[in-house]
Design a protein around this ligand. Structure first.
Ligand code: NAD
Length: 343
């Protein structure tokens, strides 16, 4: 496992995606979001996607020339056809429209279909909160990998949810997770590092708990988090992210490209309520209150968003650790594209 500076990885991503025909500005955004995932500690959604997205470009699943297009619009809403552009390009458009409409018209709801994988949701909700807007994302994932509560076998994707609320002095408040025990990418990371996983993440093909991250490739499945409560949110993200937006519904893996996302963003302008400054102050007070609660012995009380913030500070300072197998994949890809991975 080697350590890499964020800037170097970002630049490498730009070279990789422009070499495959993506416009420089879009490649910079795409590569920036992936490296930001590594910085915030979510390696499952980081530069490991340099190779995965390149395969999807090669297979025609990602169209580097496509532009997302609003096909239905009101003052408070929009429905976007992603036309299978890189998912990050569509999600950027979606969140920008959501923020703009919420600022003008108090609340907004923006959906996207034909949308490729958008990566780490927290990138977009965090950005919206930095613009002074509360934002939520409900996302379905096309390929099934997760069972339903008490069900045998894969039924839905990892269907993530994210929400961010503006803060003042405090670190960002950011909820961002898959409704499965973990994002599927964390199993890939465990496989790359040849690590075992906790027994409560996955069941094998016979429905028995397993610590083998390869089990989901051998008939096993991920579990929804939080028993029936996580399962409820898993289905809600399917209904809002996919059914409401007209995206592909989970149990139909063969129709369209892999790991597409159906996306619904809801944005709220605090000026319609207590106002931005009062919201920031109140959020900071709640965070402060929580941070002053006595932790259990040997534990720390963290606020959602804090682990990402801490990871970013540490990795900007010390570098991003990349497993050898991931780096090998990247260097092989660079060779194919005629790029010097050492830049
Ligand atoms: P996770 O289990 O690591 O949970 C992360 C969330 O929990 C963050 O909000 C974090 O701040 C919070 N958190 C962690 N520890 C905490 C603590 N001790 N106290 C308070 N809050 C704490 O996330 P995950 O489910 O493995 O998902 C990882 C990433 O994968 C996310 O960024 C998600 O958006 C992404 N994802 C994307 C897709 C897609 O199709 N685009 C699908 C699934 C997941």
């Amino acid at each position: 496992m080697k350590l890499f500076a964020a800037d170097k990885l970002r630049q490498l991503g730009v070279e990789i995606f422009t070499a495959q025909g993506l416009a420089r500005e879009k490649a910079e955004f795409l590569s920036g979001t992936l490296v930001e995932a590594n910085l915030t500690g979510h390696d499952s959604h980081g530069v490991t996607y340099f190779a995965a997205y390149s395969n999807r470009i090669k297979n025609g699943h990602i169209d580097v020339n496509a532009e997302p297009e609003i096909v239905k619009e009101t003052t408070n809403s929009a429905l976007i056809d992603g036309h299978y552009a890189p998912g990050q390009v569509t999600a950027k458009h979606l969140i920008e429209v959501a923020v703009e409409k919420a600022k003008e018209n108090v609340v907004s709801a923006i959906g996207a279909f034909n949308c490729n994988h958008i990566g780490r949701l927290g990138y977009y909700t965090n950005w919206a909160a930095q613009q002074g807007v509360v934002a939520m994302l409900f996302v379905n994932v096309g390929g099934p990998s997760v069972s339903v509560y008490h069900g045998m076998g894969k039924a839905f994707g990892t269907n993530p949810f994210s929400a961010a609320v503006p803060t003042g002095e405090a670190k960002p408040f950011l909820v961002d997770y898959a409704t499965s025990m973990v994002a599927a990418g964390k199993l890939s990371v465990a496989r790359a590092k040849e690590e075992k996983i906790p027994l409560h993440w996955v069941k094998d093909k016979d429905g028995k708990p397993t610590d083998d991250p390869r089990a989901t490739r051998e008939g096993g499945w991920l579990l929804p988090f939080g028993e029936h409560k996580g399962y409820c949110l898993q289905l809600l993200t399917e209904l809002l992210g996919a059914v409401l937006t007209g995206s592909r519904v989970g149990p139909d893996p063969d129709r369209v490209p892999p790991s597409t996302n159906g996306v619904l963003a809801i944005a709220l302008n605090p000026d319609a309520f207590v106002g931005l400054e009062a919201l920031k102050q109140g959020t900071d007070e709640i965070i402060d209150y929580v941070k002053n609660i006595e932790p259990e012995p040997g534990e720390r009380v963290l606020v959602p968003g804090e682990p990402e913030w801490e990871s970013k500070e540490q990795r900007l300072r010390d570098g991003i650790p990349i497993p050898d197998s991931t780096w090998e994949q990247i260097t092989k890809l660079c060779e194919e594209l005629g790029i010097d991975p050492e830049l």
